[in-house]
Design a protein around this ligand. Structure first.
Ligand SMILES: Cc1cc2nc3c(=O)[nH]c(=O)nc-3n(C[C@H](O)[C@H](O)[C@H](O)COP(=O)(O)OP(=O)(O)OC[C@H]3O[C@@H](n4cnc5c(N)ncnc54)[C@H](O)[C@@H]3O)c2cc1C
Length: 442
C-alpha cells in the first residue's frame, strides 16, 4: 500500500503499524502483532501508571483468556486484587447470589485497578523486541497522501513535533478518537434513545457482604441503580448509574454523588466506616455506537471502533477481542492473502459477530433497568416475584453464563422469558417447602 518516503525511512526504523493509544485495545493489539513478527510503534499521550479518563471496570474469564494468549501475566495485572466469586443482586428487599461459573479454568472475576492493569498490558507489549512504545507522546494530526493515511504527526513531551510514517495507522484512542475525527469516520448503529449517566469513586473501609469480596448490583430504586465492587488494595469502587435526567446535578459532583450513595440504606450501612479515596469521575449521556472499521491506510479498534454504556461490564472484553480480530486481519493483509479493503471487511465482520448481540442485549437491559414500563403490580407482589426470580437456580445459571459469555447473548435473550416464567412458577413451591422445613432443591 502506502510507501514511506525514502529519506524518512533512512532515519527511523520501518514500522508496519503505528498504534495511537496504548491502553487495553492498543497494548493488546500491539502485543499480538509483535508476536506475529510485525514491527509496531505505540504512541500514548499519558504516562503510566495512570488512570484512563473514565472506567470502573470488572473483567471476567473470557477477557483473561485472551490476555493469556498474548502473554499478559495475571499475577501482575491483578496484583493484590481479590478474586470475586460472587455477584449479589439486591432489589426491593430481595437479594440473589450468582456464583461466577467456571470458564476456561477460572471461576472468578476481578474489579481491577485500571492504572495497574493498563501499565501491565503496556509492559507486556513493549517487552517484545518488535514493539516500541512512547509515552507522553500526543498524536496531534495524521499525515495523508491523497485519501490514504501514511503517518502521524506527534507532539513530544519537550514540545517538539515530528512526523512518523508506517504502512498502517490504528486508532486505539478511545471513544473520542482523534483518528476517527480526523478521518471523519461514519457512525453506525448509534443508539441514544435512552440516555444514561454514570458516576463513581473508590473507597476504603467499605464492609464486605458475608466477609467475601464480591460485586453487588442494587436495583429497583427508581430510574438509577448502584454497583459496588471490591477492588485492589482493599478498595471498593462504588458507582451510581441510570437515567441521565435523574442524575443531573447543580453544583459539586462530589456532594451530589455522595448524597445519592447515602440515600440507599443497604449501601449506606456498608459504608458506615468508609472514606472516599479518589475524586468522583464519570460520564454524562454515555454514547453508544459503532464506527466504520477504517479506510485507506487506517483502522479503528477498541472503544474507538465500538463504545457503549458500561452497564454490561464488557468494554474491556470488546477492546481485546476487537484487537485480536484486527491483528488477524492485518496478518492476512501482510501475507498478501487479503487486500486492505478485504482485511477491513474481515475485521469488521469478526468484530461484529463477537460484540453485536451483547450490544443489543445491553440496550434491552438499559430499558428494563432504568426506563421500565409503569408497573401496575402491587409493590408486595413485585417484591415477592423479584425474590422468586433471584432465588431461582436456573436464573443464576443463566446470568453466570451471560457474564462469562458461555452462551451467546442472543441465545440468552431467547432463554430468559421461559426461565423467568419457570422461576415464577417454582417460587411459591420453594417457599412452601421452606416453611415445611423441607429440602429446597428443585
Ligand atoms: C464509567 C465506566 C465504567 C466502565 N466499566 C467497565 C467494566 O466494568 N468492564 C469493562 O470491561 N469495561 C468497562 N468500561 C469500558 C472500558 O473502560 C473501555 O471499553 C476500555 O477502556 C476501552 O479501552 P480502549 O483501549 O479502547 O480505550 P481507552 O481505555 O479510552 O484508551 C485510549 C488511550 O488512547 C490515548 N489517546 C487518545 N488520544 C490520543 C492521542 N491523540 N495521542 C496519543 N494517545 C491518545 C488515551 O490517553 C488513552 O490512554 C467502563 C467505562 C466507563 C466509562
Amino acid at each position: 500500500m502506502n510507501q514511506k518516503p525514502p529519506e524518512v525511512a533512512a532515519k527511523e526504523p520501518h514500522y508496519d503499524v503505528i498504534i495511537v493509544g496504548g491502553r487495553v485495545a492498543g497494548s493488546a493489539l500491539a502485543a499480538r502483532l509483535g508476536l506475529y513478527g510485525l514491527r509496531v510503534l505505540m504512541l500514548e499521550r499519558s504516562e503510566f501508571p495512570s488512570l484512563p479518563a473514565v472506567s470502573s471496570p470488572i473483567i471476567y474469564s473470557p477477557t483473561m483468556k485472551i490476555l493469556d494468549e498474548i502473554g499478559a501475566d495475571e499475577s501482575i495485572y491483578a496484583r493484590n486484587t481479590p478474586r470475586i466469586t460472587l455477584m449479589h443482586q439486591i432489589a426491593l428487599g430481595a437479594s440473589g447470589r450468582v456464583h461466577i461459573p467456571e470458564a476456561d479454568g477460572r471461576a472468578y472475576a476481578y474489579a481491577i485497578d485500571r492504572a495497574r492493569f493498563d501499565e501491565a498490558l503496556w509492559q507486556n507489549a513493549v517487552r517484545l523486541p518488535q514493539v516500541d512504545g512512547r509515552q507522553n507522546c500526543n498524536v496531534v494530526d495524521l499525515a495523508l497522501d491523497g485519501e490514504c493515511v501514511t503517518g502521524v504527526v506527534v507532539k513530544n513531551e519537550d514540545g517538539s513535533t515530528e512526523t512518523i510514517h508506517s504502512d498502517i495507522i490504528i486508532g486505539a484512542d478511545g471513544r473520542f478518537s482523534m483518528v476517527a475525527r480526523k478521518m471523519n469516520a461514519q457512525l453506525r448503529d448509534e443508539w441514544e434513545q435512552l440516555p444514561t449517566s454514570i458516576y463513581y469513586a473508590y473507597w476504603e473501609g467499605v464492609a464486605m457482604i458475608d466477609d467475601l469480596p464480591s460485586a453487588s448490583a442494587y436495583e429497583g430504586h427508581g430510574p438509577f441503580g448502584y454497583l459496588a465492587m471490591d477492588s485492589a488494595d482493599g478498595q471498593t469502587v462504588i458507582a451510581v448509574e441510570g437515567r441521565s435526567e435523574a442524575l443531573e446535578y447543580d453544583g459539586e459532583i462530589d456532594a451530589f454523588y455522595e448524597q445519592k450513595i447515602m440515600e440507599l440504606p443497604a449501601l449506606a450501612e456498608r459504608m458506615a466506616g468508609a472514606t472516599r479515596v479518589t475524586t468522583v469521575r464519570g460520564m454524562k449521556h454515555v454514547s453508544n455506537a459503532y464506527r466504520q472499521p477504517g479506510g485507506p491506510g487506517w483502522a479503528l479498534v477498541g472503544d474507538a471502533y465500538h463504545h457503549k454504556d458500561p452497564l454490561d461490564g464488557q468494554g474491556i472484553y470488546n477492546a481485546v477481542i476487537t484487537g485480536k480480530a484486527l491483528a488477524q486481519a492485518i496478518r492476512k493483509y501482510k501475507r498478501g492473502q487479503l487486500n486492505w479493503e478485504e482485511a477491513l471487511a474481515n475485521f469488521d465482520e469478526v468484530a461484529r459477530v463477537k460484540t453485536y448481540s451483547m450490544y443489543k442485549t445491553l440496550q434491552r437491559r438499559i430499558k428494563e433497568s432504568f426506563y421500565p414500563e409503569p408497573n401496575r403490580v402491587p409493590p408486595w407482589v413485585n417484591e415477592q416475584m423479584t425474590r422468586w426470580i433471584f432465588e431461582d437456580p436456573d436464573m443464576e445459571d443463566l446470568i453466570g453464563k451471560m457474564l462469562t459469555r458461555q452462551l451467546p447473548a442472543d441465545m440468552i435473550a431467547l432463554m430468559a422469558p421461559p426461565t423467568l416464567m419457570r422461576a415464577l412458577a417454582r417460587g411459591p413451591w420453594r417457599d412452601l417447602r421452606k416453611r415445611m422445613g423441607l429440602d429446597v432443591q428443585d
